[in-house]
Design a binder for this molecule. Sequence first.
Ligand code: 13P
Length: 314
Amino acid sequence: MQSTEPNITLRERIETLKREKNAVILAHYYTRPEVQAVADFLGDSLALAVKAQSVEADIILFAGVHFMAETAKVLCPDKKVLIPCPEAGCSLADSCDAAEFAAFKAQYPDHKVVSYVNTTVGVKALTDICCTSSNALKVVQSIPEKQPLIFAPDHNLGSYIQKLTGRQNMVIWNGACHVHEEFSLEKLLALKREHPQAKIIAHPECRAYIVEVADYVGSTGAMLTYCGESDASEFIVVTESGILAEMRKRYPHKTFIPAPPDDETCGCNNCRYMKMVTLENICSTLERESPAIELDETVRRQAERSIRNMIAIQ
Ligand code: 13P
């Protein structure tokens, strides 16, 4: 655990660098609380993609995982998009290699492709329309019911949307998020018995048996809104634990209890990739203006179409 003193110095240095370089920091809710504190904009995957396209600064530093910074670069090719930790991947994006996906897609030539933004730019280039957990239902519903679909790469989200829409003509890629797959139903129900008044709120990347017992299912941004609007004062939160910082900040009079993963010693309700972004690597990345995201222009343009198709319907 770091002492507060170096954090204050680092925070000041980061603020100075942002001003000097006309840079903004976009951060996802799953990052460390001290990283969220230096962000100019904090959001879920959809809000961050929408925000990226209207940023006026010269530099965007993306405090999040690799696919998020890539999405910002796809939308803002003329800006410098910095990623403090290029090794910060995503188990979902890693589960769907673009070449393998191209071969899979070739087996279903009459299917339209809906891909989660948690994919590489190569997979987005093979996609008709992207979605995030906030808008997956809306995106799928925007496609005529008779049109067969490929949904990639999150199997849990795909199955959840299939259940909500009753749509049978959906082929779903078998990928999963290493954080959301780990929650234990038994431990969740035990926690609910200890806190009978608490509402269970879950991310749709969780397994079906978790989603079934949840009082509310939604993206990180939607969960935050729900906690504010709900009369309940206690919530059991079944998603990555980084979101708790923003929940407690926004609603200090309410109680938020993190749901335990199956193996409580593994710290699996922490995304190890999101936690790789630190004040130290943000500061050095801003100083050096590197590493920056670079993309092949042909692939970028193809990927941009699928992201813009999503933003058009949000
Ligand atoms: P949202 O930001 O849409 O909630 O999803 C976060 C995410 O990437 C989960 O893996």
